[in-house]
Design a protein around this ligand. Structure first.
Ligand code: ADP
Ligand code: ADP
Length: 245
């Protein structure tokens, strides 16, 4: 059975004198341990879908209909407290701009420490063994020196690996990556995507990968849906989608 099952989801943005139907009745599923890709041009409704799943829509955004079943729980219906738990522990999110997810004035080791699951015996600090282990998991071979850095002392690719570390610190069942490698150099992008593949393999984390880049999605995902103007116009395996007319 699916881990995430989105059914007939519709999302509208209401502004003072206009209404945008950003997502118009889309249906898709992400299975346990699966990498599922959502592809489409800018403005097709991909980010809105990602934000709607965790009910984190921008001002004016409303879920008009449909359901979002996560492990059988309808996220459109649960109360705010339950939703907070799901966001904190079960669904990780990574966006395009790592800088937006990072605190510029806090050492990255400390930012990771704050995301680790609570434990008995006090808080984690920037160089706790659990933090260094998490840094190694996201591909840093010199975790101690990295833990002491501030975000601005790191490259964009390094920053994004920190953000991914924050997102997987509690080993969520699902990781949503919204244009997570857009803007990175090709080689760095491949490194970050290899990291994501590795996490899926090692932790069994399901991936919902969102991108405007069909080639990227097709090379990294088991199944793909293509969005256009708020609807899914095509779905299939990567090969099917790539070879269709
Ligand atoms: P994407 O990179 O997914 O295409 P955009 O660059 O379109 O996203 O949007 C960046 C931010 O601006 C998002 O937070 C989005 O919600 C917001 N946004 C996009 N379109 C509009 C709009 N027409 N009015 C107000 N905010 C918008
Ligand atoms: P994508 O992620 O595929 O680029 P979006 O979900 O960002 O697409 O946008 C889908 C539609 O919703 C677009 O028409 C966009 O302009 C509009 N939109 C996105 N965010 C907002 C917002 N915060 N306010 C109003 N309209 C928005």
């Amino acid at each position: 059975t699916a881990l995430l099952s989105v059914r007939d989801l519709s999302v509208t943005y209401r502004e003072r004198d206009s209404t945008t139907q950003a997502v118009r009745g889309i249906t898709f599923e992400v299975g346990p341990g699966e990498a599922f890709g959502l592809v489409g041009e800018s403005g097709s409704g991909k980010s809105t879908t990602a934000f709607a799943i965790v009910r984190f829509l921008a001002e004016g955004g409303h879920i008009e209909g449909g359901s979002v079943a996560f492990r059988g729980l309808d996220l459109t219906k649960i109360d705010d407290e339950e939703l907070r738990e799901v966001r904190a522990n079960d669904i990780g999110m990574v966006y395009q701009e790592p800088a937006r997810a990072l605190n510029p004035t806090m050492r990255v080791g400390m930012q990771l420490a704050e995301r680790l699951p609570p434990r008995r015996g006090g808080r984690y600090v920037a160089d706790s063994p659990a933090v260094l282990e998490l840094l190694e998991r996201v591909g840093f071979s010199d975790p101690r020196s990295i833990a002491a850095r501030y975000p601005h002392e790191m490259s964009g690719g390094q920053q994004q690996r920190i953000v991914i570390g924050m997102a997987v610190a509690r080993e969520p069942d699902l990781l949503i990556l919204d244009e997570a490698t857009t803007g990175l150099d090709t080689l760095v992008e491949a490194e970050v995507l290899d990291l994501v593949d590795g996490l899926r393999r090692d932790l069994g984390t399901s991936m919902l990968m969102i991108s405007h880049d069909l080639g990227l999605i097709a090379s990294r995902c088991d199944r793909v849906s293509i969005m256009q103007d708020g609807v899914i116009v095509e779905s299939g395996s990567a090969t099917e989608v790539l070879t269709s007319p």
